[in-house]
Each structure stands twice: as C-alpha cells, then as structure tokens.
Design a protein around this ligand. Structure first.
Ligand code: DUC
Ligand code: ZN
Ligand code: ZN
Length: 471
C-alpha cells in the first residue's frame, strides 16, 4: 500500500519546510503541502523531522585485520546503521592478486546479507599494467571510486607516480580517487624505534603516526590531483593542517574534497592515554582539541564536504562473549595488542552513532545547521559517489529512504541503544536529544522506534554512476 507521511518538518540539504511525502512502492512519488490521497497508509509526522536516509561514505564490514576480523559483518553493521538513521553504506573491496572484477564478485557475495542498501569503493593497493587495464572494468560493475594509500608500506601503499597514474585513469573514466593520507616511511621508522625503547601503550600508536605526515600527504596528493587534472577525496581527515591544505588546494581550483568522522571531532590523544585507551585506537589516530576545533570549522565553512565513520569495530575484550540476537559471540579484538600497540586491530564502531551524535553535538550545539547536517551525512556523499538523486534526496523519483526523526527524544546513549556487534561504545553515557523514530528503506519500514523490523538480505547493491560532480 502507498504511504503518506504527513505534516512533518522536511529537511533537505538546502531547504526546511512543512509538507507531506507520498511513497508509492519503493519510490517517493510526490512532495508537497496538503497532499490528499485516498486508500493510503498515513503517518502523522507533525512535530517530527523528515530527513533523507543517511549515507555513510566510509565503512569496513567483515574486514580481516591483524589476525582477526572486524566484528560487524554486512548484516550486523547495516542493522546498526539503520537504527542510527543510515540507509546506505559504502564499503571497500580489498584487492588481491585476482582480477579486480573477481575481487568485486567475492565482495558482492559477502555483502548479500546486508539489511540496508550498499555500494563500494575499490582499494588499489598494487598497480601494474594489468591492474591499470582492469580499472575501467569497475565502472561496469558499479564501482567508480578508487582508494589509495600513502602509508602501510609493503602492504597497501602506492608510490607517488602510481597514485598519479591512478588519478589519470580515474579522470579519464569519470571515476574519483580517494586518499588515506599518512607518511608510511616515517611511521614505520617511529614504530620500530618505539617498540625497541619499550613503548607499548596505545598512546604510542598516535605518537608514531605524526600529524605532519597527514598534512604533507594531503598537500602532496592535492598537487598530484592538480597535475592530473583529476578529482580527489581525502578520507578521514583528522588534523587542522589537513583542513588548511585542503582549503589551499580548493582555493586554487583543484577538485579536492574532504571527509571527516565523528571520532576526530570529539576525541584526542588523551583518550588513548586511558587504561582502556585501545578502544579509541584507529588509523589515523585522534589528535588534539585544537584539531577538533579546526575540523568543526572546516565543516561549517564548507571546506569539508562529508562526515563518514570509518566504522571498523573490534571487541575491546574478545575473550568475553556478548549476546547478539540471542546468541553468545566473542571475536578476538583489541586484547590481541595488550602488550604491543602495533598489534591492536585498528578501528572503531561508529556507523550507528553518526547521526544521533552529530545531531545533538553538531546541530544542537550550534556547529552546523540542520541543512548542513543533511548535506554532510547524506546528500553530499550521494552526489560525490554518483548515487544522487536516487539516494541522498527527497525528490520525486528518489528511493524512499526516509528517516522520521523525533527531535524531542531524550536518552542516555551507549551500548544499550547502539546495535553494533561489539562490547563497547565510544559515546557511553552521552546525553542525546533527538533520535530516529522510524526508518524506511525503499518504502519498507525497517526500524520502528526501538524495534527492528528489517531483515538480512533486504539491502540491495546500488551501482555508482561515473561522471559525478566535484563539490
Ligand atoms: N583505519 C582503521 O582504523 N581501520 C580500518 C581502516 C582504516 O583506514
Ligand atoms: Zn584509511
Ligand atoms: Zn577506512
């Protein structure tokens, strides 16, 4: 049956107005004032906000790392996302020695159990003539974004000349290159020195990955993008100086865009110094309160275009099982590095936290407007990665991915609410005002208050379209 969402405060990336949304099948069919349609299910959204479903441009699901695997798979991670108001995620396909399209095929099989819609970026971590020739095949597969790394020597890193080649191939095919910006040479040396000196605590993870490495890598890659006349997207920005370099390049016409994540807005190296500091251990690391401030300003003034999460959870203590959907489960996690920070699996939970935390501590705290919130967490990721207007909009013809948001709901957040399959939450005890009330995926109700009414396999692969605009 068709669905009419009535009298909500509709918030898009550019407008706020009171109106109705008619959903027919999987699509939004009209948006307007006082829509009257007979024989439809009506939801009264008066007093509520109506938003396009969140799009998380950066998650890692079921990712093998450091002798274990990230603890959310494509079902549990997407269910957690849905509870937080996110209806599409972009995951990463790892490259091995098979053809790139075979890597995509293997990832597609793993992703089939997703409960919300999903798309993917391809990691390019080894480049030769053959791989270069295979990159254009990805467009046919619905993958139009390529992630490269200036760190993780001998594993994931490409050299500058290789990054330049990827940028040029991407430009020719209407694709976009994404950059993990750190200095692998410096990191490897500092990690080895720290361990020899007996520095093993999580704090040393940050101390061996200096902020300057991120800053220079952003400028270096922006310069490569300028010379390749290609678009570039800097992932997980975490340092004030990165924002300055991004701004410098953008002011000179380089098509470079940036993403940050909530953890880089709220936390610092101080959190790594706690006795449970490994909970905050991810790459790149958290920096300083001054960096938090500059990132907030970068969001507010438009220098940074998106907020992702880099969701990649591990148990804090993977020797102790939790109960997930009635079943006891334990997955080795951060305890693997209790005597050596370099052995702690890198990553954090966050996909479900993103919208609720950013609403209270971003919008209500006055850092960003409600329209910027929608732009940063939904519309801009959709535009940059070729999913717009099907995703990230409330326009007629768009997928009916809709969040009815209760701006008055108050709760004390933490693992009691977050649905990630892990044993901790970074925002434990944080007071929230505003929370998703109902979440629709292509017209299907999947979250109803605190109730899960979605299911594994409901998510669909959404191909990214080439030729997306640089924002
Ligand atoms: N950083 C992490 O902390 N985990 C997964 C991948 C990444 O870039
Ligand atoms: Zn990265
Ligand atoms: Zn990542």
């Amino acid at each position: 049956m068709a669905l009419l969402i009535k009298s909500g405060t509709i918030i898009t990336a550019s407008e706020t107005f009171t109106g109705d949304i008619l959903v027919e099948g999987e699509k939004i069919s009209s948006v307007g004032a006082n829509l009257h349609v007979d024989g439809v299910e009506v939801i009264d959204a008066a007093g509520k906000l109506v938003l396009p479903g969140g799009i998380d441009p950066h998650v890692h699901l079921d990712l093998p790392m450091a002798g274990t695997v990230s603890s959310d798979d494509h079902y549990t991670g997407t269910k957690a996302a849905a509870f937080g108001g996110t209806t599409t995620v972009l995951d990463f396909v790892s490259q091995d020695t098979s053809p790139l399209t075979a890597n995509v095929g293997a990832w597609r099989l793993k992703a089939e159990k997703a409960a919300i819609d999903y798309a993917a970026h391809m990691n390019i971590t080894r480049l030769d003539q053959k791989v270069a020739g295979e990159i254009p095949d990805l467009v046919e597969e619905g993958i139009t974004s390529l992630k490269v790394f200036t760190a993780y020597n001998g594993r994931l890193r490409l050299q500058d000349g290789e990054i330049f080649r990827v940028l040029r191939i991407a430009r020719e095919r209407g694709m976009i290159t994404m950059l993990h910006a750190e200095n692998g040479d410096v990191i490897d040396l500092l990690v080895a020195e720290a361990l020899v000196s007996g520095h093993t605590t999580p704090e040393w993870h940050a101390r061996t990955r200096p902020a300057w490495g991120a800053v220079e890598a952003v400028l270096r890659a922006s310069a490569l993008a300028a010379q390749a006349e290609a678009p570039l997207y800097i992932v997980h920005m975490n340092v004030a100086g990165e924002v300055d370099q991004l701004r410098y390049a953008r002011e000179r016409g380089v098509k470079v865009m940036g993403e940050t994540c909530p953890q880089y807005l709220f936390f610092s190296i101080e959190h790594l110094r706690r006795s449970d500091g490994a909970k905050w251990l991810c790459s790149p690391p958290m920096r300083t309160p001054e960096d938090n401030d500059r990132l907030w300003k970068g969001l507010a003034d438009g220098t940074i275009q998106t907020i992702g999460t880099d969701h990649c959870p591990f148990f804090f203590d993977g020797t102790k099982p939790i109960t997930y959907e009635g079943t006891s489960i334990a997955i080795p996690g951060k305890e693997l590095g209790k005597d050596d920070f370099s052995k702690v699996p890198n990553g954090l939970p966050g996909v479900g936290d993103r919208l609720p935390v950013m609403w209270t501590y971003g919008v209500r705290a006055g850092h960003i407007t409600p329209n910027q919130f929608v732009a940063l967490t939904s519309t801009n990721p959709a535009k940059i990665f070729g999913l717009y207007p099907r995703k990230g909009s409330l326009l007629p013809g768009a997928d009916a991915d809709i969040v009815i948001w209760d701006p008055e709901r108050r709760l004390t957040y933490g693992i009691a609410y977050a649905k990630h399959r892990t044993d901790y939450n970074l925002y434990e005890g944080w007071e929230l005002v505003g929370y998703p009330d109902k979440v629709f995926l292509r017209g299907n109700l999947i979250v109803d208050g605190d109730r899960w009414v979605g299911r594994s396999g409901m998510g669909r692969f959404i191909p990214c379209q080439p030729g997306a605009p640089a924002l």
